[in-house]
Each structure stands twice: as structure tokens, then as C-alpha cells.
Design a protein around this ligand. Structure first.
Ligand code: CMC
Length: 428
């Protein structure tokens, strides 16, 4: 009968080892027994950028990259985007189940109850330069929140963890809107807790002199769907940062600030901003072939294309593409959409992209929607961060409550110089 094990032969000395296979993986620690000499450290696996290493088991998000499937807690992203709300999805991610009516009411109450931030945070944001990138402001203010909530250090206390999760999900839109208003030199708008989660964000971003801001329902709905689509994506760069920082038992505000910092980069959450800049640089459909040539020569990357896990169409990109047309029908067409659609078509027909299995990802169309909402490009990654917060928090708690997890501490293979004699400065 077939055995669920892997037999390894070390050709240096002919020794063989049998290691268990579980979930199609072998444990890297099982390699440690493989030694050429008895006093060797033992073998490790080498995997720069963790391209083929699972760092955890998880019950939160499933991605089947070959088939283009994404599920949160077993529910398909397409169905959640069509039928659910962002707060229901946030509840699903952090609690494991979709809420019933009472549970959703209570969760909504908790979130709206915590939307305000301390006035000192307002003053803190005032200290940033007028043109500070909102993502830089977000990273700093989320970290600063840890100083307002010293109880957040109680990471072993489930009730404290839940309270901090509510605070973070509730306050991210407030911080995002303050960062945006600071950049525009506009007064900060306090949360309106009678509005929906996305509607309140629009209120804090766009309210001017009107007594009560009425969010456009199509725009609020589109923003809510975008948050759902961004809510989790298993062990990506920012989530791995959240888990790594949280593994030292740092409080969740500090860990979320680290996750925001990781998201800031153009290869991750900064890609939505980079896509719009790229489409504007291409400027017209007639320039697409020469731009694709530059991509193929390795001069530039096609932003919003490619993914470490998806080797098929990113299912989020499909939903976002159709959402874009809903928003455009309400707010007017974004002229860059024609370039985006043509660019996508040309790239998908090109062997360079086909061979490398490069498809549009979540960021390819999302920036165009944000731009149609009159949002400046540098706020786009901040919106990504708002959506991703429940996912980061769910993953953080899963890590803390996983008996197998310890402080994150990868190994290295040292290939530098050794045992050098120190040379005094006047002899160098
Ligand atoms: N444009 C052109 N070529 C690309 C691209 C791209 N966007 N992405 C990958 N390639 C090529 C790459 O040059 C390499 O080719 P070769 O085998 O000839 O060297 C091959 O495809 C494999 O790429 P890789 O860099 O090994 O793949 P990776 O898994 O390390 O990178 C990625 C994944 C998302 C960082 C990358 O595809 C990329 O830079 N995309 C553009 C940025 C982007 O859209 N990021 C958003 C990702 S989705 C949302 C999120 O997670 O934040």
C-alpha cells in the first residue's frame, strides 16, 4: 500500500531518511536530521522570498492560483461580493462565520462606537508636511494609536484582542480621511455613525459645507464591494509582516502599522496607484504596442499584472472590471478605461505574458474606479489598507492562538567572509 512519506537519499554518504508527508508538505525541521557528519548542524531548506514554503496552516482564506479561485472561510469571493456587506465579511473573517441579524447589529454597533480618534491624533496629523503621502501618515498614525491604548498589549486576552480589532476596523477610515483632508488643506470631518461603513468614509472624505452629507449609493456600494475584494489574501507580504511583528507579541496597532508599511510598496498595495500612473503615461491606445515592447525588454513592468499565486485570471479583477462600468455609468467614463481594456487584451494575446501566466490582478482596474470617485492617486493604497484590516487582524489572532507558532525567525545561509583580522583605521 502507498505510504504517505518521502524517502530521501543523501548521495554524499548514502544515508536514507523517511519523512512524513502531511497536506502535500514535508516539515523543514525533518530535514535537520540529514547530516554528512554527526557534528553537522543538519540540513535546512533554502527558499528566498518564501516561494515554496508554507509558514502556517490557516482556516481563513483559500486561494487556488491555478484555477483562479478565492474563498474566505469557504465562501466564494464572487458570491460575497454580490450578496454580502463589508462588515459581514469582516465578521466572517475574524469570527469564522457570517453573522446572523443580531450579531451583525451588535458588530455594527461596536464598529460605529469606535470610529472617533483622540484629538491628539488630529494634532499629530497636522504636524505632517502639507504634501505628505497619506500612506506615510497612515503608517505613523496607526502606530501612534498603540500609545493611546496601552491595554492593547494584553494580546493573550481574547476580550482585549476583540476590542482592539473593533477599534482598528472602526478607526482606519477616520485616519484615512484625515490623511486625505490634511493633504487638501481641508478641515477634518468627524464620523457620522448613522451612515454605512463606506458611506461614512465618503462623508469624512468629501463633506464640505452641507449640513448633512448624503453619500451617492452607487459609489458607497462600489466602495463596500472593493473593501470586500481586498479583505484578505492569505500569506501575502503585508499579512506576513503582520504575523511576523505580532509573533513577538507586539500590540496589534504596532503590527498593523508594519502591515501598512509593507502594503505601501509598489509591488503590493501601491500597485493600484502605479497602474493609473502607467495608463496616464501610455496616454493613448496607439502607444500600447511600444509600451508592451518596453515591458518585454525588461525596461518596465506591466503594473497590475502578474501574481505570485494566481497563474490564471485573478477572480477579484473580474468583479472589479464589471464594477468599474457600474461606477462609470453613474459618474461618467474614466478615459483611461479604454487604454486599460486594450492593454489587457493585447497583453493576454502576447506569448510573453501567456508563457509566464501573467494576468490582470486586483490592482489593474481598482485605481480607475477610485479615480472616477475623484480620489487622488496617493490615497488608493490607503483604501486598500482599510479593506485589508479585518484580514490582517484575523490572521494575527490565528497566529497568536496557533500552538505551533512561535516568534518568526527565519534562518539564513551565510556566504560572507569569515574569521578576518581587524585592521586599524590608519592601515586600511
Ligand atoms: N510585467 C512584466 N513582467 C512580469 C510582471 C509584470 N507585471 N510580473 C512578472 N513578470 C515576469 C518576470 O519578469 C519574470 O520573467 P522571467 O521569468 O523572464 O524573469 C516572470 O514574469 C516571473 O515573475 P516574478 O517576478 O518571478 O514573479 P513574482 O511572483 O516574484 O512577482 C509580482 C509577483 C506581483 C510582484 C509581479 O508579478 C509584479 O511585479 N507585478 C506588478 C506589480 C503588481 O501589479 N503588484 C500587485 C500584486 S496583486 C495585489 C497585491 O498583492 O498587492
Amino acid at each position: 500500500m502507498a505510504k504517505n512519506t518521502l524517502t530521501i537519499t543523501d548521495n554524499r554518504n548514502g544515508a536514507t531518511y523517511e519523512v512524513p508527508i502531511q497536506n502535500d508538505t514535508v516539515r523543514a525541521m525533518d530535514l535537520r536530521q540529514i547530516k554528512e557528519h554527526s557534528d553537522d548542524f543538519g540540513m535546512m531548506s533554502y527558499d528566498p522570498a518564501f516561494k515554496n514554503t508554507a509558514s502556517t496552516t490557516s482556516r481563513i482564506t483559500l486561494i487556488d492560483g491555478a484555477r483562479g479561485v478565492l474563498q474566505y472561510r469557504g465562501y466564494s469571493i464572487e458570491e460575497l461580493a454580490a450578496k454580502s456587506s463589508f462588515l459581514e465579511v469582516a465578521h466572517l473573517l475574524i469570527s469564522g462565520e457570517l453573522p446572523n441579524t443580531d450579531e451583525l447589529g451588535e458588530f455594527q454597533h461596536q464598529i460605529t462606537h469606535h470610529t472617533m480618534v483622540h484629538e491628539n491624533i488630529r494634532e499629530f496629523i497636522d504636524a505632517f508636511r502639507y504634501d505628505a503621502h497619506p500612506m506615510g501618515i497612515l503608517v505613523s498614525t496607526v502606530a501612534a494609536l498603540s500609545t493611546f491604548y496601552p491595554d492593547a498589549k494584553e494580546v493573550s486576552d481574547p476580550a482585549s484582542r476583540r476590542l482592539q480589532m473593533h477599534r482598528l476596523i472602526a478607526k482606519m477610515p477616520t485616519l484615512a480621511a484625515y490623511a486625505y483632508r490634511h493633504r487638501r488643506g481641508l478641515p477634518y470631518i468627524y464620523p457620522d455613525n448613522d451612515l454605512s461603513y463606506a458611506g461614512n468614509l465618503l462623508n469624512m472624505l468629501f463633506k464640505m459645507t452641507e449640513v448633512r452629507y448624503e453619500p451617492n449609493p452607487t459609489v458607497a456600494k462600489a466602495l463596500d464591494v472593493l473593501f470586500i475584494l481586498h479583505a484578505d489574501h492569505e500569506q501575502n507580504c503585508s499579512t506576513s509582516s503582520m504575523r511576523a511583528v505580532g509573533s513577538s507579541r507586539a500590540d496589534p496597532f504596532s503590527a498593523t502599522a508594519a502591515a501598512c508599511a509593507a502594503l505601501y510598496g509598489p509591488l503590493h498595495g501601491g500597485a493600484n496607484e502605479a497602474v493609473v500612473r502607467m495608463l496616464a503615461e501610455i496616454g493613448s491606445v496607439s502607444n500600447i504596442p511600444s509600451y508592451l515592447e518596453r515591458v518585454k525588454q525588461g525596461e518596465v513592468r506591466l503594473m497590475g499584472f502578474g501574481h505570485r499565486v494566481y497563474k490564471n485570471y485573478d477572480p477579484r479583477a473580474k468583479v472589479i472590471k464589471s464594477l468599474a462600468y457600474d461606477v462609470f455609468s453613474e459618474l461618467g467614463q474614466n478615459p483611461l478605461i479604454d487604454i486599460a481594456v486594450e492593454l489587457e487584451g493585447k497583453a493576454l494575446d502576447d506569448p510573453y505574458f501567456a508563457e509566464r501566466k501573467l494576468y490582470p490582478n486586483v490592482d489593474f482596474y481598482s485605481g480607475l474606479i477610485y479615480q472616477s470617485m475623484n480620489l487622488p492617486m496617493d490615497i488608493f493604497p490607503v483604501l486598500f489598507a482599510i479593506g485589508r484590516t479585518p484580514g490582517w487582524l484575523a490572521q494575527w489572532e490565528e497566529m497568536l492562538t496557533d500552538a505551533e507558532q512561535k516568534i518568526a525567525r527565519p534562518r539564513q545561509v551565510y556566504v560572507g567572509k569569515r574569521d578576518r583580522s581587524y585592521v586599524p583605521i590608519d592601515q586600511r
